[in-house]
Write a protein that binds this ligand. Sequence first.
Ligand SMILES: C[S@@+](CC[C@H](N)C(=O)[O-])C[C@H]1O[C@@H](n2cnc3c(N)ncnc32)[C@H](O)[C@@H]1O
Length: 264
Amino acid sequence: MARLLCVGVGIELGAHLTPAAKKAIASSDVVLYAASDSLFEAWMAELHPQAHSLQSFYAPGKSRKTSYQEMTQFILQTLEQNTTVAAVFYGHPGVFVQPARLAMAAAIKQGHEAIMLPGISAEDCLYADLNIDPGRYGCQMYEASQFLFYQRNFDTAAYLILWQIALVGDQSHTRFQENKENVQLFVEYLQQHYPTEHEVIVYEARASYLDDLRKVTIPLAQLATVELTEKSTLVIPPATKMQRNKFFEQQQKNINNLTLIHSR
Ligand SMILES: C[S@@+](CC[C@H](N)C(=O)[O-])C[C@H]1O[C@@H](n2cnc3c(N)ncnc32)[C@H](O)[C@@H]1O
């Protein structure tokens, strides 16, 4: 039985690496990582002499679903030949990372051990950078395309966070860049629930010390005029007031009335 460690290394290169993730990488026989960035590659090579990129499984026009299956097979093959393999993903490996989930499930099915080590995700950075406390009004999160394809009962009195906004509406799973027509369609859908002038935020956390934080606040109607990248997350602040829960208020009244009767 071998051991697969799915390791999250955070969003800001180098700065978010937890001691547990560092130890997991150092103690593995082989490190496989999913990132195209040359800085990331150099960093991985520094952390482990046997660090290999999974990037070649992606190709223009190729479905990401196929890439994920091939990555999973490769991770499994590597696991068969080693005692401990670290599969490294940026951010948190359990947050919107299909290949990590697929690889862990496949490893367990093959009788191996699979452990996930959390990392700082884009969500964690967002709460800090945008000064948002999810406990203030509540917070909902969806993958943007899923949110468009399915009917969701969401709450306009809470924050709404939409991941992978650049790829919204992509049914082919082959796109890596935004499609303005799809973004505009998404805006039109959102306008059924939010005022046209409601301000939304396109957010990108710093991915390395070379980057700046990106925060673009614009009226919803103008979302398609802003550049959306693979790092963009859309944040929609609450647009309506929280409504009192009538059920709870009625129950409170009933309890108060009973207390009054018993105290007479
Ligand atoms: C495949 S998911 C990976 C998320 C990652 N596992 C995490 O823990 O944050 C990619 C999406 O995460 C969000 N994301 C990734 N990097 C980001 C960054 N630097 N700032 C804001 N959001 C980011 C975007 O919504 C992007 O489309």
